[in-house]
Write a protein that binds this ligand. Structure first.
Ligand SMILES: [Zn+2]
Length: 349
């Protein structure tokens, strides 16, 4: 079968190649790939900046934002032939650490977790893949190809849960949330914010095109200014850019008792003008919380599935701006200005 593979840490070594059918040790459920979303992590892996091959192998099958159709449910999975499923990405570490031991692999504390398509386990960019029944998430069949948005939605489902848990340490009836960045993560964060009944504001650099339209279609407000100049004090900021200046301004802008949840991963960039002790003083004096959030456990996968199932299908469809064939995967990874989410489509749906 065909698969898109990389040689981790070797730039430009990605290719479509013939690989053996998925090995039984990957799990008893056999799935035909429908589509796999691409994100910044895939781009970094193709550029040789990130990724680990399975033990004893040189190459890794890429892909972690999966969507597939069950060909063979195997014994006792509760799945049926034809069901749409998405594969959970992370697996607990073998020790396991206390978090992994209780199923909170997203909080793994020893770093020895593995991840499909990223760290030591083949991913989902192959014509067929296998999965353990307990790591296969059944998707609402009416979502169709939109099920490929589930993995990025899990990231924001966890971020929102984290914000709520922190907020509830004291009286907590937030009204206004600011999302920084209107990429797929930011837009999905905005969707969940609106579903929670909040007044949602989204900030991004672009002034026209899909992003402002999608924000307005949610009933949220679009801003193309700095965080400093949004004109109100959000109680919640979900930071999805990873840009230093945006992070710095967010920490200073959030209202008293507010929560800034960082989900973006960046490096270097512009240094914030404010000194660390000044930022810290603002956080202390306003009882604010700055929290990082990455990955997701099974509870978040379930919540993300619920959020997508409730969402307007036409709006979700606008998030998938391009579909490419596996042989054109390089085009899929080449980010164009109007792209929101690009998927590699393996079979019709
Ligand atoms: Zn662990």
């Amino acid at each position: 079968m065909k698969a898109i593979t990389v040689e981790p840490k070797k730039p430009g070594a990605a290719r479509v190649e013939d690989v053996p059918e998925p090995d039984a040790h990957y799990g008893s459920v056999l799935v035909e790939a429908v589509a796999v979303g691409v994100c910044g992590t895939d781009v970094e892996m193709v550029e040789g900046k990130y990724g680990w091959a399975p033990p004893g192998k040189k190459r890794l099958v890429l892909g972690h934002e999966s969507l597939g159709r069950v060909i063979d449910p195997g014994p006792a999975s509760g799945l049926k032939k034809g069901d749409l499923v998405v594969g959970i990405v992370r697996r607990p570490d073998p020790v396991p650490c206390p978090h992994c031991a209780v199923g909170e692999w997203d909080m793994c504390s020893n770093g020895q977790y593995t991840e499909r398509g990223i760290k030591q386990i083949d991913g989902y960019m192959s014509e067929r893949w296998r999965i353990e029944p307990e790591y296969a998430i059944k998707v609402d069949p009416t979502l169709g190809i939109l099920g490929a948005l589930l993995e990025p939605t899990t990231v924001v489902a966890k971020a929102w849960e984290t914000v709520k848990m922190i907020g509830q340490r004291s009286f907590w009836e937030p009204r206004k949330a600011l999302i920084t960045g209107a990429g797929p993560i930011g837009l999905l964060a905005a969707l969940i914010g609106v579903q929670h009944g909040l007044e949602v504001h989204v900030l991004d650099r672009v002034t026209s095109g899909h992003k402002p339209d999608l924000v307005k279609a949610l009933g949220a407000t679009y801003h193309s200014t700095n965080v400093e100049n949004v004109g109100f004090e959000p109680e919640i900021i979900i930071e999805c850019t990873g840009v230093g200046s945006v992070i710095g301004e967010s920490i200073q802008k959030v209202g008293a008792g507010g929560v800034v949840c960082l989900t973006g991963v960046g490096t270097g960039g512009i240094t914030s003008r404010a000194a660390v002790a000044d930022i810290s003083a603002a956080v202390v004096l306003k009882n604010n919380t700055v929290v990082g959030s990455v990955n997701a456990n099974k509870r978040h996968w379930y919540k993300a599935g619920e959020a997508l199932a409730r969402a307007d299908r036409k709006w979700l469809e606008c998030l998938i701006t391009r579909r490419e064939k596996p042989e054109n995967f390089k085009q899929a990874l080449d980010r164009k200005p109007d792209d929101i989410k690009v998927v590699i489509q393996f079979s019709d749906i």
